[in-house]
Design a protein. Structure first.
Length: 461
């Protein structure tokens, strides 16, 4: 009996300690994080319920070596109470572990997992002064950034970018469903805007051919890759070595066999992430930033790592909202300060061969974002550059933004944008049955949202 009483007291003490830490963390973390916690856990319309299912699917699949989705991630079905519990408990665990994990990220040697992302990152955050207490406080304030790009993929702002999904009008569920990581729908969007893209030979579902294009001249000599229809972050992509056997890497998934487009100016895999941003009060989207990702010569994979790379600042091109000359302390009046910027080594790399193709890609991305609609504040476009121009690979809503690549200042700048646009859209798209406008944020202690938020209207050129 004495042993049982002691165990019960120990358990009660541990629970009280955990609750105390969570309460302190809740008070310390940003207002934006609290809004996302509550919206994600309490919204019960069809779109948000499907997104919680998608979060579970992403957690189970999106990591290095993970498997592609068998079907559209929003079509997976889990019991509502279980998904709410898993999502809320997972977020609470990040909240509880935030100070400890943040300390590891901020102070442990960069050869350790998961800290080595800062040694590889494009911003060079392993240099003296780039990490430390400021990075620790960033994770305390923003615990959802910890492994925010998916387990094993790195710390980032994808969950904060996903605020556009949490504020998206439920009445437009079907449109959102189509846009959400469906590569075949994306291919049709590219075709409508005459945006060059890789040719599709066939589509297979459950090991059976569902669609086959007419014979493509010279297809036997071309290189082909298997690409999942429902996936993201290069998950499940593999080269096709035999056009006769037609054996996708994971037969249960829906795959398409697409032309392997190779870059013209780099001997290994290389692509660019272009971001377009749309402020709610603006009549059209604007340029956000462009980032170059590439493999080293010894890396012959079809995919690239998502960490590491260069900021792209083109002479005569639009000024990026984030990752511009001011953000890097560079002189925009210096003609030599344009091209690819290697922030780790603080040097410029000539990008003149890429300029015309990337400027055309910017125009096409803005045009296509116009069709997607201002309900989406932030879209990421993946593009490859060839001699003849850009080739669009896919686009991503809930666009990621890696901490190790962009640094704390740029991350804070993006977080401010995400929060302002989330507030404005929540004030406009009031869901049936949701809390009345102005009270959805559960009181003044979370701060007022909407019209009172400061607005930055100038995104650049």
């Amino acid at each position: 009996m004495a042993w049982d009483a002691g165990l019960a007291m120990w358990a009660a003490g541990a629970a009280a300690f955990m609750l105390g830490v969570v309460a302190i963390e809740w008070a310390a973390m940003s207002r934006f994080d609290r809004k996302l916690f509550i919206r994600l856990a309490t919204a019960n319309d069809r779109l948000r319920s499907s997104l919680r299912n998608a979060i579970i699917t992403f957690t189970l699949n999106v990591f290095p070596g993970g498997t592609p989705f068998v079907k559209h991630s929003m079509d997976t079905q889990y019991p509502s109470l279980i998904t709410r519990f898993l999502v809320l408990s997972g977020a609470t665990c990040l909240q509880f572990m935030g100070p400890v994990v943040g300390f590891v990220h901020a102070f442990f040697p960069c050869w350790m997992i998961p800290v080595r992302q800062f040694a590889r990152g494009g911003h060079g955050m392993d240099r003296s002064g780039q990490r430390g207490w400021r990075l620790w406080w960033f994770y305390v304030r923003h615990p959802l950034a910890i492994e925010g790009e998916g387990f094993g993929n790195g710390a980032g702002l994808a969950i904060y970018s996903a605020a556009e999904s949490l504020s998206y009008p439920s009445a437009s569920y079907e449109k959102f469903h189509d846009m959400f990581h469906d590569k075949l729908w994306q291919d049709r969007l590219f075709a409508r805007h005459a945006a060059p893209t890789a040719r599709i030979m066939l589509v297979m579902r459950n090991g059976e051919v569902e669609y086959r294009a007419k014979k493509i001249e010279g297809q036997e000599e071309m290189k082909w890759i298997w690409k999942p229809v429902y996936a993201t972050m290069g998950l499940g992509i593999a080269p096709c070595h035999d056009l006769e056997t037609l054996a996708p890497p994971y037969k249960r998934a829906c795959y398409m066999l697409v032309e392997q487009v190779l870059p013209s100016f780099h001997p290994r895999a290389e692509w660019f992430r272009i971001s377009t941003l749309w402020r709610f009060e603006a009549s059209a989207p604007s340029f956000g930033y462009c980032w170059r990702t590439f493999n080293q010569l010894e890396d012959q994979r079809v995919q690239t790592d998502i960490i590491g790379g260069h900021a792209v600042l083109l002479k005569g091109g639009p000024k990026p909202f984030v990752g511009n000359h001011e953000d890097y302390g560079e002189d925009s009046q210096d003609p030599a300060s344009y091209g690819f910027y290697d922030a780790r080594n603080r040097r410029w790399i000539d990008a003149s061969k890429y300029s015309s193709a990337l400027l055309r890609a910017y125009e096409l991305a803005l045009s296509m974002h116009g069709e997607l609609g201002k309900e989406l504040a932030n879209v990421g476009w993946d593009v490859m550059v060839r001699d003849e121009g850009p080739v669009f690979l896919e686009f991503n809503i809930n666009n990621g933004f890696l901490v190790s690549d962009h640094g704390i200042d740029q991350c804070e700048k993006m977080l401010k944008f995400y929060e302002e646009e989330f507030d404005k859209r929540m004030a406009h798209y009031v869901e049936p049955g949701a809390a009345p406008a102005g009270s959805w944020n559960l009181g003044k202690w979370m701060g007022k949202a909407g019209a009172g938020s400061p607005v930055q209207r100038d995104l650049g050129a």
